[in-house]
Design a protein around this ligand. Structure first.
Ligand code: FES
Ligand code: FES
Length: 179
């Protein structure tokens, strides 16, 4: 035990171990830099919902199974409960609060409303973030591609057919109007 403690102290001194106390980090969220003090164990989802107050990102399973906590790291949709805040580094974070412009909803949000793809809404921010990421890289996804993109999302209300309809409708527009 004493040896373990001595090795840990050496590793900390050499900069190999961070924490266990608070660490300063900067998170770039929805285009703005935020200085935060976080414990190394703090997940990105906790940092977003806690100190930053961005509660649109939901936590349900909290271990990478349901995708309720999906945000973008750069252009990639990720489960923010499975990423440590200290791992994010300089990557851009986009949450559901930052997806749309000030004046308009994102086209995926519009399509979800138009196609009744929302029931209780708990899973909806995560689903919207994954669908918007798909549409950004593939403006005309087919049913299989849509189903694959949302396959990690658990929706207890069973909105899947409506989500697929919303995305198929978006994909058949002549000029996708993505912001
Ligand atoms: S809360 Fe993150 S995957 Fe379920
Ligand atoms: S809309 Fe209720 S869990 Fe998906």
């Amino acid at each position: 035990m004493a040896n373990e403690r001595r090795n840990e102290d050496k590793a900390v001194a050499a900069g190999h171990i961070a924490g266990p106390g608070l660490l300063p980090i900067v998170l770039q969220v929805n285009g703005e830099d935020h200085d935060l003090m976080v414990e190394p164990r703090t997940t990105l989802a906790e940092a977003l919902r806690g100190p930053l107050g961005l509660t649109g990102t939901k936590i349900a399973c909290n271990h990478g199974v349901c995708s309720a906590c999906t945000v973008w790291l750069d252009d990639l949709a990720v489960a923010s409960c499975s990423v440590l805040a200290i791992e994010v580094g300089e990557r851009r974070i986009t949450t559901i609060e930052g997806l749309a412009g000030q004046e308009h909803l994102h086209p995926v949000q519009e399509a979800f409303i138009a196609h009744d793809a929302i029931q209780c809404g708990f899973c909806t921010p995560g689903l919207v973030m994954s669908c918007a990421a798909l549409l950004a890289r593939n403006p005309h996804p087919d049913r299989k591609e849509i189903e694959t993109a949302i396959s990690g999302h658990l929706c207890r209300c069973g909105t899947y057919p409506h989500v697929v309809q919303a995305m198929l409708a978006l994909g058949t527009r002549e000029e996708p109007d993505l912001e």
